[in-house]
Write a protein that binds this ligand. Structure first.
Ligand SMILES: Nc1nc2c(ncn2[C@@H]2O[C@H](COP(=O)(O)OP(=O)(O)O)[C@@H](O)[C@H]2O)c(=O)[nH]1
Ligand SMILES: [Mg+2]
Length: 316
């Protein structure tokens, strides 16, 4: 499985000094890995079929409630800390406009499949109680509603505020990597109006359970407006993975924070997170488009590269 820092240059932000102009922040097109000679072609189709096998294996383990130690990435963090936005950026198109209002209430297993022939995203949902992807292709504009109706229907049955039963979506697209990420309900301090008071603990314990298997890689997001010393959820992550051995820490909405820095030492201190994460854990800093208007997929990807170059420390 591809690792996030190497396949997505917009996530690779220098963790040392902001004046390091030598750091390249190019955006390789996913297709740029496509070689023209037969051997690289063979290796691509090889990795494609391996990824296909991986997806089927993963879907089967989910359906049968089995545990198979295939590496998987779980995105987790506080509500509105930017998990779904990061997933959309990796996917290369938007789908969760609605989710911003209602919040994620079921894990979403997002299987991204790079397919250079899929110029428009082809998304399918796994049926609720089987491994099959029987449903027709769902347009990106209909995804949020489908997630919402499936979530509502299940929660009505279970009579709970959250459920650990995942929704599985497979997206084939020319602009996404081969990557599977599990999006999770965001941690909250207080239950929303009308929700059981226990909802925050339920979310915490459910996400902890999801992130506990040692083969899972934790993609922990925290907003950049939060100081390291007052992080709300870092301790919860530490309880799951005490030394951050399998945790990637991503500081989101870095565009907001960057505006507040006045001195270089402030930036250095914040970027190094010195004393809070341990010597070998370096966070990544990410800025994504904040504009929630409906835009074309091409425009969305353009905005991602623009916001990245605008908020990169080297251009500040
Ligand atoms: N300014 C800014 N806003 C962001 C960024 N990433 C996400 N947001 C906004 O933060 C809000 C919550 O994001 P979302 O991805 O839904 O968070 P989630 O609850 O963790 O899934 C949305 O309104 C996003 O548009 C960013 O990098 N910069
Ligand atoms: Mg979300």
């Amino acid at each position: 499985m591809a690792t996030i820092p190497t396949t997505n240059a917009f996530l690779t932000t220098p963790t040392k000094t902001p004046s390091d102009k030598s750091h390249s922040r190019k955006h390789p097109h996913p297709n740029s890995t496509t070689g023209s000679d037969m051997s690289s072609f063979a290796s691509i189709s090889n990795s494609k079929s391996r990824f296909e096998a991986y997806n089927r294996l993963q879907a089967a383990t989910v359906a049968f409630g089995e545990k198979l130690p295939i590496p998987e990435i779980v995105a987790l963090g506080g509500q509105s800390d930017g998990k779904s936005s990061l997933l959309e950026a990796l996917l290369g198109f938007r789908f969760n406009v609605r989710e911003v209002e209602m919040g994620t209430r079921r894990p979403l297993i997002l299987q991204m499949i790079h397919d250079s022939t899929a110029l428009e995203p082809r998304c399918r949902f796994q049926e609720e109680d089987s491994e099959e992807y029987g449903s027709p292709v769902v347009l990106p504009s209909a995804i949020a509603d489908l997630i919402k109706s499936r979530t509502d229907a299940l929660l009505k049955k279970t009579k709970t505020a959250v459920s650990s039963k995942p929704i599985v979506m497979r997206a084939e697209y020319a602009h996404c990597p081969n990557l599977t990420i599990i999006d999770t309900p965001g941690f909250v301090l207080k239950a929303k109006k009308g929700e059981p008071e226990r909802t925050p603990e339920e979310i915490l314990s459910m996400v902890k359970t999801l992130a506990s298997p040692p083969h899972r890689i934790l993609l922990f997001l925290q907003q950049s407006s939060v100081e390291w010393c007052s992080s709300l959820w870092l301790d919860a992550i530490r309880e799951i993975d005490p030394t951050f051995k399998r945790t990637v820490i991503v500081v989101s909405k870095f565009d907001n924070r960057l505006k507040e820095f006045t001195d270089r030492w402030e930036v250095d201190r914040y970027l190094s997170a010195s004393g809070y994460l341990g010597d070998n854990t370096h966070p990544y800093f990410v800025a994504l488009p904040k504009d929630r208007n409906t835009i074309s997929n091409d425009e969305f990807r353009k905005q991602i590269s623009q916001v990245d170059s605008e908020s990169s420390p080297s251009s500040a």
